[in-house]
Design a protein around this ligand. Structure first.
Ligand SMILES: [Zn+2]
Length: 451
């Protein structure tokens, strides 16, 4: 469906990346702006910021993703389910920003549903897109929630020489919360993001994320972005599964946790579905811009928080598809987003097998040999209720905990014995996660399958 070869489009789209968020910030200049403001996610400003600081960053990221996709295509397709450990940092100033635990649990559930295509509203995907959408086979397990009270404001600022992102939310010394082992965890910071003001116009910001960079292979002195900045930042008002956000000029918008789904998509290498063309700044669909994904329809601009199924910004003649408002990487209303395409899934899985492979390295899945490599075994697995965790002596002191698929705690962190019995009798059959944190050495996670 795409006009260009993947390599070209990745590079072109990266080079042309002063994009969605920066354009959307200029939305108030457009005639219909009052009725159609954007709620930008700042991903592309994050990219621009890195490019300004480290010239060549965008090109490097595009190359890393392309290398990963090429490597993935050369291999036998791997259908393994990848599990990403998630740490949520709630950095709050006023009490409403200190969001309740149930919103975080709901958010993890929304992520799991979206990346397994188990969200109930997949029935709303139009038939024309059913051949290209799929199950990313990526799951998320909440391993920790860190709450930090702060006196800081988190304010992105725009000047013509560059945009400053509120990355201080990621640093304790600056009133935020330090990342937890970002090689092996997806860190999600939740805070009040202040609106971005450009030329006197305010634009609310829902979140932002940096795309992957091949950190270990950066030349000395150019190791950007710094590892402690990896992760996703989202506004506290959109974390959960059933919220409403009062957007400028649009009244309350229903929010279903898909902002975080979208930002995690950026974190795993996806661009906006419209390709973020420069012409769209002027409100003109830019059909030459591309997102580097072969099976998304050509789309000239973002769907501005509507669910218009007749919208088709780039008509390419016979066989052309309309704009894909169902896509998580569009800016359609969250109640009509329900899908990733197989092309998008290929990029995200390639990123997990390449530049972000640390995220899935430490998850031992149910393979006993892998768990043994980390110094422990679990058996029987599956089990009817009783599991035996054997930890090798050299591991020493450790704590273990068990959560369900959505991060809800079944067994809180507690000291473990070298031969530790884990009793899940009485819990519903299903998949659970055992986290093992040695006092020294790598923490690891095992899946427990309860029959
Ligand atoms: Zn975005």
């Amino acid at each position: 469906m795409k006009k260009h070869l993947l390599l070209c489009t990745l590079l072109l789209s990266a080079i042309a990346a002063h994009t969605q968020e920066s354009r959307s910030d200029e939305t108030p200049l457009r005639p219909h702006a009052a009725s159609q403001p954007h709620l930008p996610c700042l991903h592309d400003l994050a990219v621009e910021q890195m490019e300004a600081q480290f010239p060549g960053y965008k090109r490097h990221v595009a190359q890393v993703i392309q290398t990963a996709v090429t490597a993935r295509r050369a291999k036998t397709t791997n259908e393994e389910i990848y599990t990403i450990p998630v740490v949520v940092h709630v950095v709050w100033k006023s009490p409403e920003e200190n969001i309740p635990e149930e919103n975080i649990e709901a958010q993890i559930r929304v992520l799991n549903e979206a990346y397994r295509r188990q969200n109930p509203d997949t029935v709303n995907t139009r038939d024309i897109f059913l051949p290209v959408v799929g199950d990313a086979k990526i799951e998320f397990v909440l391993t920790d929630v860190i709450r930090v009270q702060t006196n800081e404001f988190f304010q992105p600022t725009f000047t013509f020489s560059g945009t400053t992102l509120p990355d201080k939310v990621k640093r304790s010394a600056q009133g935020g919360s330090d990342a937890v082992d970002p090689v092996h965890h997806l860190n999600i910071w939740v805070c009040a993001i202040r609106p971005l003001t450009i030329l006197g116009n305010q634009s609310p910001i829902l979140g932002y994320a940096y795309p992957p960079a091949d950190l270990p292979h950066w030349p000395a002195g150019a190791s950007a972005p710094s590892l402690d900045l990896e992760g996703v930042v989202v506004d506290y008002r959109v974390v959960g599964d059933s919220l409403s956000y009062n957007a400028y000029g649009l009244g309350p918008l229903p929010m279903r946790g898909r902002t975080t789904v979208h930002e995690v998509g950026h974190y795993l290498g996806l661009r906006h579905i419209s390709g973020d063309g420069l012409l769209a700044i002027l409100g003109v669909p830019d059909c030459d811009a591309d997102d580097g994904v072969e099976d998304t329809p050509q789309q000239g601009r973002q769907s501005q928080f509507d669910c218009n199924q007749t919208q088709n910004t780039c008509d390419e003649g016979a066989g052309d598809l309309p704009d894909m408002i169902e896509n998580y990487m569009d800016y359609s209303r969250e109640t009509c987003q329900n899908s990733f395409t197989m092309g998008q899934i290929e990029i995200m899985r390639a990123v997990l097998e390449g530049p972000r492979s640390g995220l899935i390295d430490q998850v031992m899945s149910s393979a006993p040999t892998l768990a043994a490599a980390a110094g422990g075994t679990v058996f029987p697995n599956p089990s009817g209720g009783l599991f035996q965790l054997n930890v090798q002596e050299h591991i020493g002191a450790y704590v273990f905990s068990v959560t369900d698929l959505y991060g809800r705690t079944l067994l809180p962190p507690q000291a473990g014995l070298p031969q530790q019995r884990i009793d899940l009798s009485g819990y519903p059959a299903g998949l659970y996660y055992l986290q093992v944190k040695p006092a020294v050495g790598m923490r690891w996670t095992a899946k427990l399958l309860l029959r």
